[in-house]
Design a protein around this ligand. Structure first.
Ligand code: ASP
Length: 310
């Protein structure tokens, strides 16, 4: 069957500052991003955009290299509390979870909430119970490296509690468009290092951390959740695309907007418009971005810098 639309997917591995990572560490992140992209692209082509973003995000959650799923960072008290959301641009339905800790893959729980409940966002006791009911409950065992980092940071929390994006990178997000022109977005994160227990960020909130609507496009955000929520960043980008602007112009507009209102070092964006064009922009030092569309020889995964976009 001939595709009506070219399938495409774009994902990010977090806005922040990777400038201190070694070449080996950067190589690992780039490879893990490429693997997630390939997995997401296959699912977008073989199934739907919603499956594509779910599987891309799931692969990144399972890598342990990103601040999501088993790689999540710690709250001030040393807990892991994750946020995730997924949105279907065909009918604007969404599923999201906030501050969940007994799930290895919050994106799967978000998807089940979308498909199997009447609700859009579930937190607390019922989120835990739903994880059990759907067979998704599990313990996230943090790596020794993450535990060590927490111990060090905990000695001087004030330094890290200034909402500094350098310590918030590696959240994951994806946007895809499938052969039927359906667009979806998904985001998953452990949130900010040393956040208060119970804090929920933009990644669980439609309009802030993500948005998708077939007629306009889809977008996934990363950065300081509080700044992103304050301006409703994803809705700004979606609104711009809905006036016919390209995903790239809309991402630049969104980043200009948040920079003007909340300052630099606050956010990064990836998007796909209804024509299947990619967009991305950031006001942080770096953001890993990877994209693939039908007709492209091979996926591209690269580490964008604020300078590379200038
Ligand atoms: N936006 C996420 C949060 O504030 C963090 C990130 O994107 O790195 O929870």
């Amino acid at each position: 069957m001939k595709s009506e639309r070219k399938c495409a997917i774009i994902l990010h591995g977090g806005a922040g500052d990777l400038s201190n990572l070694s070449t080996n560490e950067l190589g690992r992140l780039t490879r893990a991003t490429t693997k997630a992209l390939e997995r997401g692209f296959e699912s977008t082509k073989g199934k739907t955009a919603l499956d594509g973003v779910q599987d891309a995000v799931l692969t990144m959650e399972n890598s342990g290299l990103f601040n999501a799923g088993i790689g999540s960072v710690f709250t001030l008290s040393g807990r892991i509390e994750m946020d995730a959301a997924i949105m279907n641009g065909r009918n604007l339905s969404c599923g999201a979870v906030g501050a969940v800790s007994n799930v290895r893959n919050p994106i799967l729980l978000a998807r089940r909430i979308l498909e199997e409940t009447d609700h859009s966002l579930v937190v607390g006791r019922m989120a835990r119970r739903l994880a059990e009911k759907f067979g998704l409950a599990g313990t996230v065992l943090p790596s020794n490296k993450r535990r060590e980092m927490w111990k060090q940071m905990r000695k001087n929390p004030a330094k890290y509690l200034k909402k500094n994006i350098a310590y918030a990178s590696d959240t994951v997000g994806a946007v895809a468009i499938d052969a039927k022109g359906n667009i979806a977005s998904g985001v998953s994160t452990g949130g900010l290092w040393l956040k208060l227990d119970g804090r929920v960020g933009d990644s669980a909130l439609v309009g802030a951390g993500l948005y998708a609507e077939n007629e306009a496009g889809g977008v996934a955000a990363t950065g300081i959740g509080e700044a992103i929520m304050n301006v409703l960043l994803a809705k700004i980008v979606h609104g711009y695309m809905s006036t016919g602007r390209s995903a790239m112009d809309a991402c630049k507009f969104g980043i200009e907007n948040i920079t003007a209102k909340k300052g630099p070092n606050t956010a990064g964006l990836v998007a796909i418009d209804s024509q299947g064009n990619f967009g991305y922009a950031l006001n942080t030092k770096t953001m890993i971005v990877a994209s693939m569309s039908e007709g492209m020889d091979r996926p591209t995964a690269k580490i964008l810098t604020d300078r590379s976009l200038a």
